[in-house]
Design a protein around this ligand. Structure first.
Ligand code: SAM
Ligand code: SF4
Length: 430
């Protein structure tokens, strides 16, 4: 979501006559978009701001802060960082051009109001990188208040975007050549819950009917809002990719309850079984937190058993980080820092071997790739993703970029797959 917010701010500034530079030192305006989900992101932000302060002293650049830390700190940010020129909250990014303009006249400029949410939905989508993939925000904020999470305090309550506007935007994106859309929301599958508009599965069906769109993804889903109707969309809607990011956070019922996740380990396993029943080739990824207050060795082992049982294609795992305002920050029985890190290492080692084994299982299969670019390693190699969101590199011509091509998987590695375009075998290009 932050990446998408940055794309949209770039788009607005480009429309106002700015252009992007690759080196911060060359910039007239530097915007630092921020995250405060974990303490580490916040620490990185403040140390980065220290460096930017020195830069500003030398070249007088305008310095602005956007996103979650701005929303969290509001006006206090100017006390801590008196050298910044403007700050915008999470619902105000559509005001970026105004903020930059005002900052050249008078400082400091800020807006943290929460009623800008709808306006910020309508910032035009971008295609600035000439890509065939685009993000579309369909819901903002979160009502779940998981006990560890700061998001509801910095992104506000859930607001779903009107479906007609979303479908119009995606039709326009398809007309500019976009082939893959990823629907975004902190809790994307609670889209239009209790609202008089179409449901999330209906929205997916509407997008599936748009000519030119070849792939649909959505992120992030909450297990409690994964309805049987939504599960039924997999395998029925041909453009809906057989891949889902479904954070479980812990494999222990005791910890799930303390986290206020509103499902049990068994509920989660049942949903996964239903997904696999719909599509046996369904790729599953998830988020998990280890070292949550009160997590015993047994609770941690329940988490390990869960990842071994489900065999996720990949996971994002974190050590619990206490956050301002959250209920969990007042919980007793903190897990000592070193033990938390040890659990994280153990978790990640196991996940690494599962991911590698799953990538190796792909060897010998023919898959459809949406080619994105040349690979980082070589101009002669291309890179793209399978419908299951796995990265594939293969030898091919640049004219395959932005196209759907078939690739035979030759080798599975830890983080990617190596393939061969069947039409290119024997030296003939596609
Ligand atoms: N809305 C998504 C969901 O419900 O899973 C996730 C949003 S959150 C920005 C991304 C991930 O950060 C979470 O899934 C969780 O694993 C992790 N996270 C959030 N708060 C955390 C905290 N206080 N400490 C460690 N990890 C945290
Ligand atoms: Fe945070 Fe939970 Fe909302 Fe996800 S569902 S954003 S983890 S409060």
């Amino acid at each position: 979501m932050n990446e998408h917010d940055m794309e949209r701010m770039s788009e607005l500034l480009i429309d106002s006559g700015f252009s992007c530079v690759s080196d911060t030192q060359q910039a007239d305006v530097v915007i630092v978009n921020t995250c405060c989900v974990r303490a580490k992101a916040e620490q990185k932000f403040y140390s980065r701001m220290g460096r930017l302060r020195s830069m500003k002293k030398k070249n007088g650049a305008i310095l602005g802060v956007t996103g979650c830390i701005a929303q969290l700190e509001k006006e206090h940010l100017f006390e801590r960082l008196p050298f910044i020129d403007f700050a915008l909250g999470t619902s105000n990014i559509h005001k970026i051009a105004e903020a930059v303009e005002q900052a050249t006249k008078r400082a400091p400029y800020f807006d943290f109001s929460e009623n800008g949410c709808n306006a910020s939905f309508f910032v035009k989508p971008n295609n600035i990188k000439g890509s065939v993939r685009a993000y579309v925000t369909i819901i903002k904020g979160c009502n779940n208040f998981c006990s560890y999470c700061v998001v509801p305090y910095v992104r506000g309550r859930e607001v779903s975007r009107e479906s007609a506007g979303i479908l119009k935007e995606i039709r326009e994106l398809a007309a500019t050549g976009i082939k893959e859309v990823t629907l975004l929301g902190q809790n994307v599958n609670s889209y239009n819950k209790n609202r008089d508009d179409i449901s999330f599965p209906e929205l997916l069906r509407g997008i599936n009917n748009i000519d030119g769109i070849e792939r649909i993804r959505f992120v992030t889903s909450h297990p409690k809002d994964l309805s049987s109707e939504l599960i039924g969309c997999f395998g029925t809607l041909d453009k809906l990719c057989e891949s889902i990011h479904l954070p479980f956070q812990s494999g222990s019922d005791k910890i799930l309850k303390l986290m206020n996740r509103s499902y049990t380990r068994n509920d989660y396993l049942e949903k996964v079984a239903l997904l696999k029943k719909r599509r046996s080739d369904m790729a599953l990824t998830a988020d998990c937190i280890v070292g949550f207050p009160g997590e015993s060795e047994k609770d941690f082992l329940d988490t390990i058993n869960l990842i071994e049982e489900i065999r996720f294609d990949g996971t994002f795992s974190f050590v619990y980080s206490p956050r301002k305002f959250t209920q969990a920050s007042a919980l007793p029985d903190a897990v000592p820092g070193e033990l938390g890190l040890e659990r994280l290492r153990h978790f990640q080692n196991i996940q690494k071997s599962i991911t590698l084994a799953k990538n190796r299982e792909m060897e010998g299969k023919r898959v459809e790739i949406l080619v994105e670019d040349t690979s980082k390693n070589s101009e002669e190699e291309l890179t793209g993703r399978t419908r299951t969101n796995k990265i594939v590199n293969f030898k091919g011509n640049r004219d395959m970029i932005n196209k759907l091509v078939e690739v035979d998987i030759i080798k599975g590695y830890a983080n990617s797959l190596w393939g061969e375009n069947p039409k290119a075998k024997g030296g003939t290009s596609c």
